[in-house]
Design a protein around this ligand. Structure first.
Ligand code: PMP
Length: 408
């Protein structure tokens, strides 16, 4: 039976606690989400009944573990509408996935004078790997500007994406502003220039329907721990022909076909990338998380977060000294609101909020170039997910008002 958003909170045992004497209001979902008991139970069941190494065993436990481990690929395929589960590669997270594309693919094909196009809103994990590629190949980084809505501006992209561009890599949703980028249009622009389109889906895949075929992108990276799954899990999806071209980075057991004394042959995609014993339990837990998300529906989750944004953003803006980053329109915030209270360091804001039981993040959010553009060293960030309620949103407003009073 499909669960209503209002009923699913009971699936998250961690939310049922007090912090500093107040009911916990968890608004740090962009950093990591909580896990439903179904995912936790899946991990327990796996370790209690099926735990064994995958692929290389003929015994029953190994076969069970292999079957469950491989089944997650099909779930990911359904989640992002990939053409084949064979295009789904397991990683530790978004960071590892982007690093693999950078080193296994881009570093092989880029030449001096080639350009990689990013935006200055990117997470460090979608900047630093490309800087490394540039150091190794002589390619150059080009940065897109953002418009008032916090999205990359198409007119600017049209100017900057050209014949020299070999690769464009953008977050679909910014982890600082929560704005949604026009990925389909940018992918079209990239392809018109024979460049490939990489998408950082860390903040989009958990919160909205993402269809890699409809977007016509080439690579997608995202993290399991931000979408109800265990830590240490992530996905790299790529078009089959690109994954074939891409070199593995972890050489060793599991990823080989034959090993001679002076050379080896590798398994097919996706297994050639998965060297060594993998995070088997994590991948199985991620499969359960995807089942959970799909049973509710990513469109429902997006609508729920959108309704919360529409309600809470105007209330927040009425708080004296509330400085919002990004667009004032709730539609430009996919569950993420970055802000400061005038005259207060965001760490102080987050500390007082914690005294009220409200968990938000304060800092540069691994996006220092973005902070420089905003002209601040850091912001506070409240980020919502499917289990957050109207009461959570109201508590944030209330606690921020108290913070204001506290420092007056
Ligand atoms: N990109 C974005 C947009 C993110 O929000 C994050 C996580 N904060 C990452 C990449 C990195 O994800 P991970 O730490 O799971 O590798």
């Amino acid at each position: 039976m499909v669960k209503k958003i209002s009923e699913l909170r009971a699936d998250f045992p961690i939310l049922d606690q007090t912090v500093n004497g107040e009911p916990l209001v968890y608004l740090d979902n962009a950093a990591s989400s909580q896990k439903p008991k179904q995912v936790i139970q899946k991990l327990v069941d796996y370790y209690e009944h099926d735990n064994a190494n995958v692929h290389r065993g003929v015994h029953t436990l190994s076969q069970r573990a292999t079957q469950a481990y491989e089944a997650t690929r099909d779930k990911v395929k359904r989640l992002i509408n990939a053409p084949s589960e064979r295009e789904v590669v397991y990683t530790k997270g978004t960071t590892e996935a982007i690093n693999w594309i950078a080193r296994g693919y881009a570093q092989k094909i880029l030449k001096p004078g080639d350009e990689i196009v990013l935006s200055y809103a990117e997470h460090h994990s979608n900047i630093v790997p490309w800087q490394q590629v540039c150091e190794q190949t002589g390619a150059k980084l080009v940065y897109l500007d953002l418009n008032k809505r916090g999205q990359v501006e198409l007119a600017d992209a049209k100017q900057k994406i050209g014949q020299k561009t070999k690769l464009v890599s953008l977050a679909q949703v910014s982890n600082v502003l929560g704005a949604l980028n026009p990925i389909k249009e940018i992918a079209e622009l990239a392809h018109a220039n024979q460049a490939i389109m990489v998408v950082d889906g860390a903040q989009s895949v958990p919160h909205m329907p993402v269809d890699v075929q409809a977007l016509d992108i080439d690579f997608l990276a995202f993290s399991g721990h931000k979408m109800l799954g265990p830590t240490g899990t992530g996905i790299l999806w790529g078009k089959r022909e690109l994954l074939e071209l891409m070199s593995p980075l972890d050489f060793g057991g599991e990823m080989i076909d034959f090993v001679e004394l002076d050379h080896s042959t590798f398994k097919e995609v996706p297994w050639k990338f998965e060297g060594g014993t993998q995070n088997i339990a994590g991948v199985i837990g991620l499969g359960e998380a995807i089942d959970y998300l799909l049973s509710i529906g990513l469109d429902q989750i997006q609508a729920h977060e959108q309704a919360l944004m529409a309600d809470v953003l105007p209330k927040l803006q009425q708080i004296e000294g509330f400085e919002l980053y990004g667009s004032p329109d709730p539609k430009d915030h996919l569950g993420i609101i970055s802000f400061n209270l005038a005259g207060l360091h965001p760490h102080d804001t987050a500390t007082v909020l914690d005294m009220e039981g409200v968990a938000v993040r304060a800092g540069h959010h691994c996006a220092q170039p973005m902070m420089r553009k905003l002209g601040v060293p850091a912001t506070a960030r409240a980020s919502f997910y499917l289990y957050n309620t109207q009461e959570d949103a109201d508590k944030l407003v209330d606690a921020l008002q108290k913070t204001r009073e506290f420092f007056k």
